[in-house]
Design a protein. Structure first.
Length: 353
């Protein structure tokens, strides 16, 4: 049997970080399209069930349009069974329809027998986040999948999953949600845990491949990550220390950025430069935007090479500032960083602290 493990879809997310109103509206549509595409993939590849491990909606009071989309998607795919465990963003108002092919969970452990596999789940809250582990009793001779929503670690909590307390519980596959990037690891000699990450990256804090996990339950559970996002989000760290002017800096950036034109791109400039251009990031952004990436964003984290000995003699606010820093008790490296940031601020340039 094949199953899909998906989480953190966040239907209804504003998607407005670094995007215009029109682009954000388009991305919200692409998020719904990705979920529809996931179901098409399921039908075309003989997938019997979909594990939805929380945060299907972005709010505990979802928009009517998003709820209708989600439940219509389930209703129109009766050959697929959906197992929906609510996350910290989902709420009571996420459940609006009872459908034959939709299985849900609660604060107590619920188990469904599905084509020879036991699929269990429990929604963690303040009332059960420490006690639930002692109640977990999975059958040793069964293939067992457990669905939870939270961050794995060695502590228990409302949004935390205590791996230590899940050892030797006969878990074959722990299907998780909450963390927005793919990750997996071992529970014990028998079982593994995995996060599929979110289906679509929404901002530059969710860069990298996004998609879902495909499971196969023939004799034992095996799984693979399937990249599936409509657009990929990239962050390129580009050292322009060798640049001698703004054009050579642009060429360094252009050579470093390698991805689809449909993607969202952020470049973080780094290194020490000797030329003075307060509008460097803006100029590179204009030139790179002509490449027609869906979004192109740039952060200037470069440091200027300053001739401190020449500048400290200036009869100016800049000279006074440099002399004050040089007379301080900071280390030499700290003085350089402070002077660099201060001179950027005096030039009305953006600084990163």
């Amino acid at each position: 049997m094949k199953l899909i493990h998906c989480a953190d879809v966040h239907l209804g997310s504003k998607m407005d970080v670094n995007l215009s109103a029109e682009e954000a509206k388009n991305r919200r549509g692409e998020l719904r399209a990705s979920f529809s595409g996931l179901l098409d993939y399921a039908k075309n590849n003989g997938v019997s069930g979909v594990l939805l491990c929380g945060d299907i909606f972005d709010s505990d009071r979802p928009f009517k349009k998003d709820k209708e989309f989600f439940y219509n998607a389930i209703k129109n795919n009766p050959e697929i069974t959906f197992f929906y465990l609510r996350g910290n963003h989902d709420g009571e108002e996420s459940f609006t329809l009872e459908l034959e092919n939709l299985k849900t969970f609660s604060r107590g452990i619920t188990t469904y027998e599905f084509n020879g596999v036991n699929i269990s789940g429990v929604e963690l809250g303040q009332d059960n986040c420490t006690s639930i582990y002692s109640s977990l009793n999975l059958e040793k001779d069964k293939l067992n999948i457990l669905m939870l929503h939270g961050a794995v670690g060695d502590a228990s909590g409302k949004d935390r999953v205590n791996l230590n307390k899940l050892r030797n519980k006969n878990i074959d596959y722990l299907a998780l949600g909450h963390i927005h990037y793919y990750n997996d690891g071992k529970i014990d000699e028998r079982g593994v845990w995995a996060y599929p990450g979110c289906l679509e990256g929404r901002g530059f804090d969710e860069a990298g491949e996004k998609g879902f996990i495909l499971l196969n339950t023939e004799d034992r559970i095996t799984f693979e990550f399937v990249p599936f996002a409509k657009r990929k989000i990239h962050i390129f760290n580009v050292d322009i220390s060798g640049a001698t002017d703004d054009y050579s800096a642009y060429r360094t950036v252009k050579d470093a950025v390698s991805c689809s034109k449909n993607d969202m791109v952020r470049v973080c400039l780094s290194g020490e430069i000797s030329f003075d251009n307060a509008d460097l990031a803006e100029e590179i952004q204009k030139r790179m935007s002509a490449e027609n990436y869906y979004v192109f964003d740039i952060k200037d984290k470069t440091k200027r090479k300053f001739d401190i000995s020449a500048l400290q003699g200036d009869i100016s606010l800049r000279g006074e500032f440099i002399r004050a820093v040089l007379a301080s008790a900071y280390s030499e490296d700290e003085k350089q960083d402070i002077i660099s940031a201060g001179l950027k601020a005096l030039d009305s340039r953006e600084i990163d602290i």
